[in-house]
Ligand binder design. Sequence first.
Ligand code: FAD
Length: 407
Amino acid sequence: MFLKKKPMWGKKTKLKSSYDVVIIGGGLHSLATAYFLAKEHGITDIAIIEKNYIGFGGAGRNTAIVRANQRTQYNVPLYKEALDLWPVLTKDLDYNLMFNNCGNLNLMHSEAAMKAARMTIATAQFHGVESHLIDAKEAKELVPALNISEDITFPIHGAMFHPPGGVVRHDAVVWGLARGAAKKGVEIHQQTEALGIGTQNGKVTSVTTSRGVINTKQVLISAGGYSAALIYDMLGIKLPISVLTIQAMVTQPLKPVLDHVVSSGAYHCYANQTLKGEIATGAHMDPWPNYTTLNTAHYIKHQAEALSEFLPCLRGVRFMRIWGGLADMTPDMAPIMEGNNHVEGFFMDCGWGYFGFKSCSAVGKYMAEYMATDVCPDMLKPFALKRYQEHKLMGETAELVSYSPDN
Ligand SMILES: Cc1cc2nc3c(=O)[nH]c(=O)nc-3n(C[C@H](O)[C@H](O)[C@H](O)COP(=O)(O)OP(=O)(O)OC[C@H]3O[C@@H](n4cnc5c(N)ncnc54)[C@H](O)[C@@H]3O)c2cc1C
């Protein structure tokens, strides 16, 4: 018998000719913002416009790692709140987001890296985020599979251990937020591409889509890797964003060998074991800007070599699936969030690189407050575009020190 299933995120509705708010992109940040606009501010006349299907972008491609031990004073509180929100959202959405706070180990491969990690740890601890420096032996006690011998390319000196971090099931987040927003009246229009934003006298008036024109006074673009090009094409605003392809893969399922997220900046590699037993691993980014999302043989070779050095029990294990997605990178590895600046009623939330999953819960909450009140919350103030003109870059980038954080 053919069962006609009702979509989890509400009935398919006709696109109306006007909405209070239009959100371009059906990813993590747009769904979270719509959910909080409806839940916290009673704004429900919202259309989410998604050109493919919800979760098509980084939302459905990421490796699900969450943590709050960022480098700088502005970022740590935002990511801490995001981390604290996973259990709250699981309850509020009545949807199991499968938060597993198994802890993250960020391996250090030199004494200089250990020194630099102390700064990061001090910032985290100052903001109430649990993070410690441990030596190689302690790392091995936590992750017995680690190779702490001297005869590998990058011997392990220690690790930054962040117990409250871990993984959250990324597609559950997409579906849970979509269902939660739709229950409150938000409309999600898939297969609907945003083509332009209409303005008059410096104010937003409409959004042109592949299914017609929508009149609206407020638009948010949070379209992940596509945001910078859309914002330039639609409003002529140039952003300091490069779009790179980032790849990830999973191995065949194995018996439990890894119960923490382990990452290494020197090896450009991170790994964790999923509930199915697969080792999910990633970190390599194409060094040149591109929108291809294609996989490369170089990446497969790199990943196999790196894993078999620092987790040698994985030698000979088969990779089963591989995929790629877009990372929208800013020069300081911190996002751009602002509103009502260039055009009244226009908001942007982009430049998340490979940090946009772990942040989406808190960002949704604060972007919703910003859009509902027209007042930028203190938490978001440091992330305005003007920081690049004022030389107030954030220093989240790993370029200047000899280690980089995991995803
Ligand atoms: C391989 C990989 C691994 C990653 N791992 C992690 C991780 O472990 N932890 C972490 O925190 N982050 C990770 N990330 C990054 C994270 O996935 C992104 O930062 C995040 O998805 C960005 O969320 P978003 O809502 O801004 O955009 P997205 O989730 O990318 O959604 C954007 C949506 O906009 C839609 N869109 C684009 N143009 C239009 C248009 N014109 N009209 C309508 N819709 C449009 C797209 O179809 C897409 O669905 C990873 C990313 C990749 C690719």
